[in-house]
Design a protein around this ligand. Structure first.
Ligand SMILES: [Zn+2]
Length: 153
């Protein structure tokens, strides 16, 4: 496995950019060069106690804050990358082309999200409403799911 030891952070081939594909705040991390499956990026940031929109969970009481890179990676229910919060790496799961946004599954790391949200990632396995892996679906989420079942019974 290739391990990219990076001197520039965030890695030069990854750029924080405004996205028009999602309703997750409008900003994501896009690749400016092809990124190969199996690549790992060492993450840099600080350990904090509170959840923010740009933190990733290490455990329910400790969160990782990286406002240069990690905190802007978008969610997908079928992501092209995943976080390893033990080793603090981003692991690329499949080849990523130029201009493609990096994605992770937020529910893989987060027991509780800063904010639950509707997902429109278009994956066949899309869960439609994204929440932390140990929290209950919010009222807004239940209403949203119910409205979908009226459209697609
Ligand atoms: Zn989805």
């Amino acid at each position: 496995m290739d391990f990219s030891e990076i001197e520039v952070y965030p890695p030069a081939e990854l750029l924080i950019k405004r996205s028009n594909v999602c309703d997750q705040g409008g900003v994501g991390v896009v690749s400016t060069h092809p990124v190969s499956s199996g690549l790992k990026y060492q993450l840099k940031g600080q350990i904090v106690n509170d959840i923010t929109q740009h933190t990733v969970e290490i455990n329910p009481n400790l969160h990782f804050l990286d406002t240069q890179f990690t905190g802007y990676i978008l969610h997908s229910c079928q992501p092209n990358a995943q976080l390893d919060m033990k080793n603090l790496t981003l692991d690329i799961l499949r080849d990523i082309g130029i201009g493609e946004f990096l994605t992770i599954d937020y529910a893989k790391t987060e027991s509780k999200l800063f904010r639950q949200f509707a997902c429109s990632c278009h994956a066949p396995t899309c869960r439609r409403w994204i929440k932390g892996n140990s929290e209950v679906i919010s009222e807004k989420g239940s209403a949203f799911i119910k409205s979908l079942s009226r459209v697609y019974p």
